[in-house]
Design a protein around this ligand. Structure first.
Ligand SMILES: [Zn+2]
Length: 105
């Protein structure tokens, strides 16, 4: 399965509880079609105190989110955009914003 998104891409969440939020992709898990996005899909985990001198607390952790719920966020358009692929004159394959034509590395 091929994805238009890569690690380090800036993305917009289109669905779910974090809809409308933006963040950078930290990791992609192609086999699960999910991605870990900075600041997105935080899950609270309650931790129990392990020792008497330590308190239990709430640990927040990002969990992977379905790639299908993410859209590339074009900084030029300032909105979620679809990416296309094309080849430059020198044969380099690039991705580009289908709305404004801006080339994405
Ligand atoms: Zn654009």
């Amino acid at each position: 399965m091929k994805f238009h998104l890569k690690k380090e891409d800036f993305v917009l969440v289109r669905k779910g509880k974090d809809k409308g939020k933006k963040g950078r992709i930290l990791a992609i898990f192609p086999e699960k079609a999910t991605a870990l996005v900075e600041g997105i899909n935080f899950v609270k985990r309650h931790t129990k105190p392990k020792r008497v001198d330590r308190q239990g607390g709430i640990l927040q952790k990002e969990m992977p989110i379905a790639i299908s719920n993410l859209a590339y966020f074009c900084l030029k358009c300032q909105e979620g955009a679809k990416l296309g692929r094309r080849y430059l004159e020198d044969g380099t394959k690039v991705r580009f914003c289908k709305k404004c034509g801006e080339i994405v590395k």
